[in-house]
Design a protein around this ligand. Structure first.
Ligand code: HGY
Ligand code: MN
Ligand code: MN
Length: 416
């Protein structure tokens, strides 16, 4: 067969590859692939094989990101980078991040015969840590590429007490060389990311694809409510300092305040200690994730939650504390690159694509520190994500890959 493969063939292969990656999991019967794990190494190796098949020169950087590169009309040109992440949340779906990586590889594959016409090199990147599942932070892979590696991260430990430094060494990385993962802005022409929407807006609008206008920056915290563990039978109510009852009040307020202020806030994890059926809980540890379209509104919401937690604790004789574990500023997508994404979608028959801001975080946020970024969203079934029910259709993926490829051609046309 000569010429590029038809859309449905490449889309079918992209979906098969999502299935193949889903099988690389540390969770029996589910999908979990975390930073610097054996599954991370296997997924990188598999992705590197696909990149090589697509004609890309491949390498893994010192932050565990997997790269591939196709030279443009002359060697050494700044690169247009297409990418997303291969790490997952626990009990994940099969498309968050992964669809963006396999679609980028398909686009590179289709362009390989014509790469000598491109006014940039084309690179594909599979980022190592977007979700922060293992070390309770996020974007470690893309932040390393953006030259924003935080030296404090080395001592961060996972649930088993393994630090990032120990995990990096076991993975075969040299912590002293993490700076080599950083890319220079002058070597980049931009960053484009295809991702499932992870919400229901495209589905509600009856559209397969959308242009992302901006990406909300999340702040994440580990919270503690401290009271006093005592006998569940013997301790009268006036003497109790029940950390879980105080925390429950905070959890309800998190939802109420988020709705009131137009933000989004979630307590996704909560644990009571010592955890005995006949012991008043003396300590609660919980997570808090806060987002809004504008950073100022998000920060306001954080302070309102903190004030509520402190007030509840004063009334109940407990203490309340929020320690920040992750903070990313919101990011605006680049106007010109977004125009290319819109042109790409238009080439698939939707002349006036939906524009929406991303409630979810993406590697593009980190990349925006060193190069202009834009994103293409693909509709997902019922808006479900971060859950095994994540789903997409073959038709939407075919359109997404076509639009992604057409967007790359449009960027090339504008740079000539
Ligand atoms: O949580 C997020 O927004 C991203 O999917 N990691
Ligand atoms: Mn995710
Ligand atoms: Mn993602």
């Amino acid at each position: 067969m000569s010429g590029p493969a038809p859309a449905s063939t490449t889309a079918r292969r992209a979906l098969q590859r999502c299935d193949e990656l889903a099988a690389i999991s540390s969770m029996p019967g589910g999908v979990e692939r975390v930073h610097l794990s054996p599954e991370h190494a296997r997924a990188n190796a598999v992705a590197a094989g696909w990149m090589a098949q697509a004609g890309l020169a491949t390498w893994q950087d010192q932050a565990g990101n997997q790269w591939g590169r196709l030279e443009g009309r002359e060697p050494g040109l700044p690169s247009l980078v297409l990418g997303s992440h291969l790490d997952t949340v626990s009990d994940a779906g099969r498309y968050d991040g992964v669809l963006g990586v396999v679609s980028a590889i398909e686009v590179a594959h289709r362009l390989r015969e014509r790469a000598d016409e491109l006014p940039f090199a084309l690179e594909v990147v599979a980022f190592s840590d977007e979700e922060g599942t293992r070390f309770a932070t996020a974007l470690m892979g893309s932040r390393a590429v953006a030259g924003q590696w935080d030296q404090d991260w080395w001592e961060r430990a996972d649930a088993d007490g393994v630090t990032v430094r120990e995990a990096a060494l076991a993975f075969g990385l040299d912590p002293a060389r993490v700076g080599e993962a950083a890319r220079r802005p002058a070597d980049l022409a931009g960053y484009l990311e295809l991702h499932i929407e992870q919400g229901p807006q495209l589905e509600s609008a009856g559209r397969a694809l959308g242009v992302v206008t901006s990406i909300a920056g999340a702040r994440r915290f580990t919270g503690h409510v401290r009271g006093e563990a005592r006998h569940a039978g013997g301790t009268p109510y006036p003497r109790r300092r029940d950390a879980l009852v105080a925390a429950a009040d905070v959890v309800l307020a998190v939802e109420r305040l988020a709705v009131e202020l137009g933000g989004i806030a979630t307590v996704g994890r909560l644990q009571a200690f010592p955890g005995g059926v006949n012991v008043v809980p003396g300590l609660v540890e919980f997570s808090l994730d806060v987002r809004a379209e504008r950073d100022a509104d998000r920060d306001d919401l954080v302070e309102r939650v903190r004030a509520h937690g402190e007030a509840v604790s004063r009334a109940r004789g407990t203490t309340f504390e929020l320690v920040e574990t992750h903070s990313a500023p919101g990011v605006a997508c680049d106007g010109l690159l977004s125009a290319s994404i819109a042109e790409g979608i238009a080439a698939t028959g939707d002349a006036d694509p939906v524009r929406l801001w991303s409630r979810a975080g993406h590697d593009a946020m980190a990349m925006a520190a060193i190069t202009p970024v834009a994103m293409l969203f693909v509709r997902c079934e019922d808006g479900i994500s971060h859950a095994p029910g994540e789903d997409v259709t073959l038709g939407d993926v075919a359109r997404g890959i076509d639009a992604f490829e057409a967007a790359v051609h449009d960027v090339a046309r504008r740079r000539r």
